[in-house]
Design a protein around this ligand. Structure first.
Ligand code: F6P
Length: 756
């Protein structure tokens, strides 16, 4: 039976039971009321007759009785007087023929001395018979019988049943209609929508995530179906991409290839990643917990790798709702709706974070490695916290890898220089790599760090050390040569200390080919309307507020552009997206103030009533929010004073599927050695940068497109899956410590083909 039929049937049965129950009660009440009324009428009549009947009976006067009865007689009521022997003495009307059974009622009334009431059927009608004894001086004289027509009682009952029958039909029909409508709107409608949506996905259409009205009812299934559909779309896209690549004979690294490669090399063993920054933090916002993806190049790069490879990513908890979203062991599955890897969160105290993260890592190592003329601060207390936190992370990682044989551990960045040696000391079988996401300065610059030797020894615990460029590798080897007792093998780019060898190699980091899975549909017009600007040319900058990014210098260059080329006034707008970062450090506070002052200065100098040169959007921006800026800008500015790689440049290129847009790139960013079609600038040269902006907007479209197409080809080929594949390939080929026969060969750079 169909569900709607079952529902309607249930409604009708329920309505019937309810209405019948109420009707029964109503009928009983009505019956009682009408009977009481009959009784009252009969007793009033009886009592009215009593004295007259008593007098006439005692005189034995039949004519007096007949007169009396006639006087009281009314249509519909019959009266009769009986003597003590229950013989009829008088009646009214004359046509009235009492039923023979009435005599026995009279006898009963006389002998009992009490009123007798009974319903009798006469000539097919119901009558109410009321017999009242008439005594004199307590001796029975006879009785009066009042007979009233009671047929209307049954009629009244029937009317009540009839009324309720109609009520039942109307109620049943209305309820059924409402139920059918509700079922249609809330169940069959959404189900049909889910079916249509799923069918479309099955046919290969790319759809927005499904949204249904009532999340309480269909939320879980919608989520599951959407996740399933996304997995299907991903699998289909991966298969199509693979097939296309095979046809073209290309050996491009894709998510699928990396997945297969890791399976081949690691089997079912998970990959272990450690970084300070977590891939997702949870924060309270308006009474709700929301997930945030931090503004971090490291996260942009490593997240797709972890999605492809699976494993455990240990990182510092940074959100105020992080505890609420992890299990007792500090783990959570990411992404939440379709977990592909685990995050292990480590909580630090304020003192630990202040000393290790803000202090040693970001006031010491960060300015030490970025040559931007900010003096590094080296405080013994910070160094102590840095060491302690490295030890705490080592404990967490050792806990995670305890059940894995020869685990692969990828340590990220300058926050964990000591971690490789700490892990190796406990787990010599672990193959560890540390990837340094920032520049490595020359020996002289590095040598000002009082703990340079400890840092180098910590790093050299790794089997593999990766930098973005060969230049940083060279700097590092030179630093090691000068500071640590070790043998440098320049031919194989490795450092040998005792029986341990550390390979030092460049792995230029990159981004995934897709910046966001489901980009918003915002058009350029909509974007500009949202910002309240109208302009012929739009430039964009996307950065953390960091003094290495050259943001004030960039704004000065924009000012210089309008000064030297006034024809661009009111025609060009530059939008800066700036995420506050490390805000407790004084230098960063100063920078924030400097950036704001520079924006105001440039805007004040050139703005008109309907235009201002710089739109400054300070705050956290999710990838989906950034996408329209990248996609619709005429040019993107990445003018860092010094930068390890800079992934904003590559993100911008990856989003430009229209193969348009110009990139202005600092020659001091690692990305500049790969992206030769960018307009390379010296960010300190304000006039030079202004010229580059002019060149970007004045460039012939064909040239702009040709440059972008070549840069897209580079980013497409040198993507993050290739980066991870090559790094993991090198790391997984490193023999376990102690397997002497294999250590003779230092792993060389595998070609893409070899790795794949
Ligand atoms: O480049 C080093 C790095 O750690 C990057 O991963 C990232 O872009 C940036 O610094 C983030 O800094 P933080 O994690 O301190 O916000």
């Amino acid at each position: 039976m169909r569900v709607t039929t079952r529902l309607v049937l249930a409604i009708w049965i329920t309505a019937l039971a309810v209405v019948a129950g109420f009707a029964y009660l109503q009928v009983s009440d009505e019956r009682q009321r009408l009977r009481q009324e009959l009784e009252r009428r009969a007793s009033l009549l009886g009592e009215g007759l009593q004295d007259g009947v008593e007098a006439a009976l005692s005189r034995n006067s039949r004519p007096a009785l007949e007169r009396l009865l006639k006087r009281f007689g009314r249509p519909g009521q019959r009266l009769a007087v009986y003597d003590t022997k229950a013989s009829l003495v008088a009646l009214a009307p004359e046509s009235f023929v009492p039923r023979p059974e009435t005599a026995s009622d009279v006898t009963a009334a006389i002998t009992s001395g009490s009123v007798q009431q009974v319903f009798r059927q006469m000539s097919g009608r119901t009558f109410y018979v009321y017999v009242m004894p008439v005594p004199r001086e307590e001796k029975p004289l006879g009785a009066v019988a009042v007979v009233l027509d009671a047929s209307y009682l049954a009629e009244a009952e029937q009317a009540v049943w009839r009324e309720n029958g109609i009520r039942f039909l109307v109620l049943g029909a209305i309820l059924s209609l409402i139920a059918l409508l509700v079922v249609r709107m809330s169940i069959t409608g959404p189900m049909a929508k889910i079916t249509r949506w799923t069918k479309a996905v099955r046919r290969g259409q790319h759809l927005e995530p499904m949204k249904l009205g009532d999340p309480s009812l269909f939320g879980p299934i919608t989520r599951e179906v959407s996740v399933l559909a996304r997995s299907l779309q991903r699998a289909r896209a991966a298969a199509e991409e693979e097939a296309a690549l095979r046809l073209k004979g290309e050996t491009l690294w894709t998510e699928e290839r990396l997945k297969q490669f890791v399976k081949l090399r690691l089997g079912e063993a998970p990959l272990f990643v450690v970084s300070n920054r977590e891939p997702v933090s949870h924060v309270w916002k308006d009474g709700r917990i929301v997930a945030r993806r931090p503004a971090s190049g490291l996260v942009t790069a490593m997240e797709p790798v972890m999605r492809a490879c699976g494993g455990v990513w240990t990182a510092q908890a940074s959100g105020d709702a992080d505890r609420e979203t992890t299990d007792a062991g500090g783990h959570l599955g990411v992404p939440a709706d379709d977990p592909r890897y685990q995050v292990r969160r480590v909580w630090l105290s304020k003192e630990e974070e202040d000393g290790y993260y803000y202090g040693f890592a970001n006031e010491g190592l960060w300015p030490l490695c970025h040559i931007v003329h900010t003096r590094p601060q080296f405080r013994p207390a910070d160094w102590a916290q840095y060491r302690a936190v490295n030890e705490r992370f080592a404990e967490a990682v050792l806990e995670e890898i305890q059940h894995t044989e020869s685990p692969l551990v990828l340590i990220q960045d300058y926050h964990f220089a000591l971690l490789p040696a700490l892990i190796k000391a406990q787990r010599p079988d672990a193959r560890t790599a540390i990837f340094w996401h920032i520049p490595w300065p020359n020996f002289e610059a590095f040598s000002i760090c009082p703990w340079q030797e400890d840092l180098l020894r910590g790093m050299l615990g790794a089997d593999l050390i990766g930098f973005h460029t060969q230049y940083y590798c060279n700097n590092f080897l030179e630093t090691v040569e000068r500071v640590v007792e070790a043998r440098i093998d320049r031919e194989n780019f490795s450092v040998n200390r005792g029986s341990h060898t550390t390979s030092v190699k460049p792995f230029p980091i990159s981004v995934a080919p897709t910046f966001v899975d489901d980009p918003p549909k915002t058009s350029r017009e909509e974007l500009l309307a949202e910002l309240g600007i109208s302009a012929e040319f739009v430039g964009v900058g996307v950065e953390r507020l960091d003094y290495t990014k050259g943001i004030p210098e960039r704004f000065l260059a924009i000012g210089r552009l309008f000064e030297r080329f006034p024809e661009y006034r009111e025609r060009l707008v530059f939008v800066q997206l700036a995420a506050p970062s490390r805000s407790t450090i004084r230098r960063y506070q100063e920078l924030e103030a400097e950036v704001e002052t520079t924006v105001q200065m440039v805007n004040r100098a050139f703005q008109t009533r309907r235009w201002r040169p710089i739109v400054y959007l300070k705050g956290h921006h999710e990838h989906r929010d950034i996408w329209p800026f990248y996609r619709h800008a005429d040019f993107c500015m990445v003018t860092s004073l010094h930068d390890g790689m800079n992934l904003v440049a590559k993100e911008f290129i990856s989003v430009r599927d229209d193969e348009d847009g110009a990139l202005i790139l600092s020659q001091f960013a690692g990305a500049s050695s790969e992206l030769r079609d960018a307009l390379l600038v010296n960010p300190y040269d304000i006039d030079g940068v202004a010229d580059a902006i002019r060149a970007a907007v004045a460039m012939p479209p064909e040239e702009r497109r040709a440059r972008m197409a070549r840069m897209r080809q580079t980013v497409r080929e040198h993507n993050i899956y290739r980066w991870a594949g090559l790094l993991l390939n090198d790391l997984s080929r490193i023999p376990e410590e102690g397997t002497a026969t294999l250590t003779a060969t230092t792993p060389g750079r595998a070609s893409d083909e070899e790795a794949a």
